[in-house]
Design a protein around this ligand. Sequence first.
Ligand code: ZN
Length: 143
Amino acid sequence: MVIVKDIDFYSLCEHHLLPFFGKCHVAYIPSTKVIGLSKIPRIVDVFSRRLQVQERLTNQIADTIRDKITPLGVAVVMEATHLCMSMRGVEKQNSFAVTSAMAGAFRDNARTRMEFLELIKLHSAIPGFPSTSAAGLACVGED
Ligand SMILES: [Zn+2]
């Protein structure tokens, strides 16, 4: 398992044009091809620089890695603070949102998924992780 964790990212929510930012953790299990470790933060950067919602950003990073190297599995977790939530007066603890995209071995194999989650030691303690239960509160897929 190849893991790059604590990748800083800064993005702008497309609903309120306000920043959300935090850490991105990426893991993959190579099959035949590998991807340079320095390229992963670059992929995160490319998609962060657009107007985004956190869920889509998470999925785009996972999809790009999957398309580039067809790994046995890919996992992306993003933890972010959303200024649009803080400013709307949503309780502070809820201005933090965690999203995840899991494919291949990370989706099918609970042990692989747990190993990844253990290795990245999430900074957050969102109940119900890895669901996107914060979605209703954050700029993650709201209309
Ligand atoms: Zn927003």
